[in-house]
Design a protein around this ligand. Structure first.
Ligand code: ADP
Length: 202
């Protein structure tokens, strides 16, 4: 299955991406994670991306699109994937469609996680990540950057909802509830309902 997970910062995309990809047996590909790994590894790509990430802006399409194209060409993504955090602009969505067409494929479904903005601000400002055994706040989770990321989402990424709805691919999912509840809603939308009693991460 070829899936895109769409949704604002703080909607729980990363968490759901890991669980759902595990259930589908496909790799979860997160552009945010790839960028962060490059920043920690101090690569050329990381150095370029960091400026934009710290400001809460999108990394330019030419950098991001080339990176995703390379990742999708790796063997583990041949039979399917779940994209988390890409595409984030209409231009990226069109590039993705083109790359998949070249390979003779298309997307099977786009799942949008829906959470109201007030709740997103609450979740992001309180979020801490475990890095080298310590709980730290991501640089871009500071309140002023969070507000800017949400604005970038509204302006540049939210239009993808209409774009994919027009292609008949969109499922909008209420992402308020427990992790298990949200996973169950997504799996139902993907036509793979979780059976009662079945572990949600297996
Ligand atoms: P979140 O969804 O919480 O904002 P991500 O981990 O998906 O976090 O992304 C963090 C940052 O990485 C973004 O604010 C942006 O700077 C960069 N980034 C991730 N994916 C993309 C993308 N598809 N296009 C441009 N920039 C991206």
């Amino acid at each position: 299955m070829r899936i895109v997970l769409l949704g604002p910062p703080g909607a729980g995309k990363g968490t759901q991406a890991q669980i759902i990809a595990g259930q589908l047996g496909v790799p979860a590909i997160s552009t945010g994670d790839i960028f962060r790994a490059n920043v920690s590894g101090q690569t050329e790509l990381g150095r370029k991306a960091k400026v934009y990430m710290d400001a809460g802006d999108l990394v330019p399409d030419e950098i991001t699109v080339a990176m995703v194209k390379d990742r999708l060409a790796e063997p583990d993504a041949k039979a399917g994937f779940l994209l988390d955090g890409f595409p984030r602009t209409i231009a990226q969505a069109e590039q993705l469609r083109g790359s998949l067409e070249e390979l003779g494929h298309g997307l099977d479904r786009v799942v949008e996680l829906v959470v109201e903005e007030e709740e997103l601000v609450r979740r992001l400002s309180g979020r801490r990540m475990l890095v080298d055994g310590e709980w730290v706040q991501r640089d871009d989770d500071r309140p002023e950057t969070v507000r800017h990321r949400l604005q970038v989402y509204r302006e540049q990424t939210a239009p993808l909802s209409g774009f994919y709805d027009g292609e008949g691919l969109l499922s909008r999912i209420d992402a308020i509830g427990t992790i298990e509840e949200v996973t169950a809603r997504v799996m139902t939308a993907l036509g793979r309902p979780v059976q009662p009693g079945q572990p949600s991460d297996g």
